[in-house]
Ligand binder design. Structure first.
Ligand code: 5GP
Ligand code: ZN
Length: 113
């Protein structure tokens, strides 16, 4: 999708702080991190939301999440971690290219939740 900001990240038309990439998935730091190390994991193909994901694409996204989570744990040493995926404007989705948030947690007052 030509006007999708995350497709532009996939195509390297706009920069990002990339933390992981393979043939199917890219992960990069959120531009406005709610906590240190807040990361987004996206499929390279444009799918708007969870309803559009095929099982194959969902698998590709989820299969890298433990590895990325462990890398975040090692680097930032959070006390917990949330996975979050917003679908639809009313659910808080603002970028309409499927993404999973990985939000490291640092205890009370860490700015999230
Ligand atoms: P949503 O609200 O759709 O669940 O999450 C979208 C996320 O994308 C937000 O946390 C927002 O900060 C992040 N975001 C929006 N535009 C950009 C961008 O250009 N680069 C990066 N790295 N993150 C972005
Ligand atoms: Zn897109």
């Amino acid at each position: 999708m030509s006007d999708c900001i995350f497709c532009k990240i996939v195509n390297e038309e706009i920069p990002c702080a990339k933390v992981f990439e393979n043939d199917h998935v890219v992960a990069f730091l959120d531009i406005s991190q709610v906590t240190k190390g807040h990361t987004l994991v996206i499929p390279k193909v444009h799918k708007e939301n969870i309803y559009e994901l095929t099982p194959e694409i969902a698998s590709k996204v989820f299969e890298v999440i433990p590895q990325i989570s462990n890398a975040i744990k090692k680097q930032f040493n959070p006390v917990g971690l949330n996975l979050l995926n917003n679908n639809g404007e009313q659910a808080g989705q603002s970028v309409f290219h499927y993404h999973m948030h990985i939000v490291p947690r640092y205890g009370k007052g860490d700015g999230f939740g």
